[in-house]
Design a protein. Sequence first.
Length: 533
Amino acid sequence: MSINASGWRPEMAGKDNADGAAPTFTGNKALMLEEALIFEIGDTTTTGVDIAPAQEGKSRLGNLARDTTIGLPGLSEPETVRHYTRLSRQNYAIDLGLFPLGSCTMKHNPRLNEKMARLPGFADVHPLQPVDTVQGALEVINELAVWLIKLTGMHGVAMSPKAGAHGELCGILCIKAALEKRGEGHRKVVLVPESAHGTNPATAAFAGFKVEDIPATAEGRVDTAALKARLGPDVAAVMITNPNTCGLFERDLKEISDAVHAAGGYVYCDGANFNAIVGRVRPGDLGVDAMHINLHKTFSTPHGGGGPGSGPVVLSEALSSFAPLPYTARTKDGHVHLIEEERAEEFAVEHFGGKLDSFGRMTAFHGQMGMFTRALTYILSHGADGLRQVAEDAVLNANYVLRSLEDVLDAPFAGAGPCMHEALFSDANLADGFSTLDVAKGLIDEGYHPMTVYFPLVVHGAMLVEPTETESKAALDQFIGALRSVAERAKAGDPALKTAPHFAPRSRLDETQAARRPVLAWKDPAPMAAAAE
């Protein structure tokens, strides 16, 4: 690869970069390092490792055998390490600064949690080990389960779901099994308020239910009257997010639960925002029948990267016996046992009065051990009073952000009372032609990952900010100052915002075309160049 492919070219002579500086030969900007694709760094004819030629053998691939070389570049170890390290420097992370994503709860992950998760017996445990060799791991799973039940005021918990949406499915399948058990499989409608998380209707539809929307009030909460009016013999459940995606607590949830139960349905609560109420409110006291808990959002396990996730589901007494297998239980001998199908009948007699109604399995094994260990460490580190303070500080920080910016950004529900864990703004008062996207891109130049944009859908041009409980006032003040500056520029019609970001590794992209026509494979441009000649 020629260095000129990403650096200085003769036609750039005398021209400046967007930030006013002359372009560099390498394309680097001091310690902001430009990095080419790995295919452009190495070549396919060399390798950084001496490997003996492979012996020819009969292929077992039939007509699936590759008829061309694989085309991977050969790099030395230093080249490989530098490539990925340079790419990592272009990432934003919670360890670099405040991560304002709303609804996603990018919590700090305490290093103590990581240390505990790496202990032998947790980090290297295998799901097929004999049960008598994993008593410590089973104790951790069971202890976490006990805490989750206590914190939510529920009766039982399914630990095996691997993520929030997986947990939603678990809860809905428990509801479906319960309805079928009592001969009411004809209930096929699930009511989902506009202020619920987007996965809720998808989960209900996937489980075979028909989804109907329930509108929100002008202050961003569930229209309780409209929900009550829709209840009937065809309604299986309501899926409600509390606190909801507008960052507001659903004050009528107990009234809603009572009405749904009276109509023969069940109440599913999306517990993704449990971080805002943990230690303060027990969903079980509000009439909730099932609720998933995203361990990363409330109990500080790692978030993102495609996994590993964990979404335990707490269940009311009405649904506990329908939980999926396997689960842990402390039996009369004092030991924690993994209850699989062969022991489930015996356990059901002891704990559920002889009822065994499990709908089956959600996953091959028992859940995500690393996430369980981290979550229990976090809970035991804080204790009950500490977890209560987590919620209080999260709510305090979000309200500080809301009240500090409501004079410069439109805050559609600021008059509905204090927000919970996240502050919601919109682009309603920006200059003509300026939108949420421009504010988000401008925030990148300020050194922040943008907040969640265009969600929730009930607010046009939404900007959702969740600072979490671990951010100091100084960190919040700096973020507030940065967002205020960008908002004021958008209100004044600063044309530079329309092309932001200017200081990021890449300038603004055509996101619509990137989504509709993504380039998913690298093609060597050399043959095309040769053909053009």
